[in-house]
Design a protein around this ligand. Structure first.
Ligand SMILES: *Cc1c(COP(=O)(O)O)cnc(C)c1O
Length: 487
């Protein structure tokens, strides 16, 4: 396609210029950035009419992504931002493996099943060998499956009214589940100093149409654990007093891979008979790469048969109960790698190390400025995150602080609390595998620098939430939820 420049100019790229030759775009001199495609803006609008050399297209995409934040400095995300070389290799080697082709890739299917058994064991299912579970694209899909199972069980038990789901302040996936599948979401309002769902609020919100109570084991807003054991005990009490027998689904997106290792005595899982299903994100504290979550049922009977499809057109007969069909297999494969590579001892070591970093940051932050800690990262209180609010009236807000830190590359979410406490802004930093004490110290130095700057150059008009950037991870429905009508 491109004509080679004469030998003399190839050995000395400037030679043809010296002889007066023009640099023809199509002739090129071998330099990537003088190739056609890189001297024009990249295609943005309609479907691109022409092709590009792969190295040119790669460079365009690669360079545009320089404007993205640095993932390891992103303390707004809960998700994996560091994996070792072996995990990267397994991901690359499984690029072409579709997890749904269980007949064609039986070993991928076997590894996924082993992960299900391992999680059922980790979360104390009565018979880990026989229960059901599946990998998913994340906790959101796993939550949908847990919610659907609860809805189908409620209906099978004779439920006929408008189903409802009772929770504290939940992650947006539960708002989605309720909207998409016509369930009324009863999020119990926060009272007083409470940030979490409290058992003594349940009686007023539960009834015979409650398909499940969903405690969040590691809240998105604060990082705090909701007290699953107390919630379970209260539901026991309601049932014993003649009320409905309401199951629990635990949203353990982050907590499910932390508490078993760093707070093993905390009872939140299948040790409580009322807990029928659990979701967790393998790609958060599970340490797997992005794109895997898990849904596990207490016993096979807790997953209604109607949700399971047998697909046979790929050869063999394959039970599936996912919302997706085709999906990459590498994530579940790499999850299995992490499980066997680290085991209980390794996970305990890794998660404890992050917890030390989180608490180190919390101590430094409390000394740095007018902040009150909501969660200090203690492993029996919540996930490896720190959340805080600003004390008293200040002439800056947390969006201003978030913006100052962003100038140094740190991405830390500031956002209003849910619903009834919208006037209160909080900030949260999630610490993950790969974040060192040294990085925490540098972040603290930048917090102090930002506070100093804000004090010396008072903010005349503080930033609003929208101006501070849209990376807060607490998406809410764009339109208010209309409660589903009876059917
Ligand atoms: C992250 C999160 C979710 C959603 O999980 P994804 O894996 O991102 O789909 C749900 N619930 C809680 C508590 C979370 O932290």
């Amino acid at each position: 396609m491109s004509k080679s420049p004469p030998e003399s100019s190839r050995s000395n790229p400037a030679a043809h210029l010296a002889t007066g030759a023009t640099m023809d775009e199509n002739a090129g001199n071998g330099d990537l950035f003088s190739l056609p495609g890189l001297s024009r803006p990249s295609p943005h609008g309609g479907f691109p009419p022409h092709e590009l050399f792969p190295q040119v297209a790669y460079e365009l995409v690669h360079d545009e992504l320089l404007l993205d934040g640095t993932s390891r400095m992103n303390l707004a995300t809960f998700c994996t931002t560091w994996v070792d070389d072996q995990a990267r290799r397994l991901m690359a080697e499984s690029l072409d493996k579709n997890i749904v082709d269980k007949d064609e890739y039986p070993q991928t299917a076997a590894l996924e099943q082993r992960c299900v058994r391992m999680l059922a064991d980790l979360w104390h299912a009565p018979d880990p060998g026989s229960t059901l579970g599946t990998s998913t694209t994340g906790s959101s899909e796993a939550a949908m499956l847990g919610g659907l199972a609860a809805k189908f069980r409620w209906r099978a038990a004779g439920g006929t009214g408008t189903p409802n789901l009772v929770s504290g302040p939940v992650q947006v996936c539960w708002e989605k589940f309720c909207r998409y599948f016509d369930v009324e979401l009863r999020q119990i309002p926060l009272r007083g100093d409470r940030y979490t769902l409290h058992a003594d609020d349940l009686a007023a919100h539960c009834d015979e149409n409650t398909i499940a109570v969903v405690p969040t084991f590691g809240q998105t807003f604060t990082g705090l654990f909701e007290d699953v054991a107390a919630i379970s005990a209260e539901l026991d009490r309601l049932h014993a007093a003649g009320g409905p027998d309401i199951p629990i689904h635990v949203d353990a997106a982050s907590g499910g891979f932390l508490a078993p290792f760093t707070a093993p005595d905390l009872v939140w899982d299948f040790r409580l008979p009322r807990v029928k299903s659990i979701n967790a994100s393998g790609h958060k504290t599970g340490l797997a790469p992005l794109g895997v979550g898990w849904a596990i049922w207490r016993e096979a009977a807790d997953l209604p048969r109607e949700l399971i499809f047998d697909v046979d057109y790929l050869g063999g007969s394959m039970p599936t109960f996912n919302l997706n069909f085709s999906r990459p297999g590498g994530q579940a494969i790499t999850q299995y790698y992490e499980f066997i590579r680290l085991g209980r001892a390794g996970y305990t070591r890794v998660q404890s190390a992050i917890s030390v970093v989180a608490r180190h940051f919390a101590r430094g932050l409390a000394e740095a400025g007018p902040f009150t800690l909501i969660h200090d990262g203690h492993p029996s209180a919540g996930i490896t995150a720190v959340s805080w609010r600003l004390d008293g009236p200040q002439d800056f807000n947390l969006y201003d602080l978030s913006d100052r830190l962003r100038a140094r590359g740190w991405l830390i979410a500031a956002y209003p609390l849910p619903h009834d406490r919208q006037d209160e802004t909080i900030m949260r930093a999630v610490f993950r595998h790969g974040f060192t004490i040294d990085m925490a110290d540098q972040l603290l130095a930048d917090v102090r620098r930002a506070l100093d700057q804000l004090a010396r150059h008072p903010v005349r008009s503080s930033l609003t939430r929208d101006e501070a950037g849209g990376f807060t991870h607490d998406a809410r429905p764009a339109v208010p939820v209309t409660p589903p009508g009876p059917r």
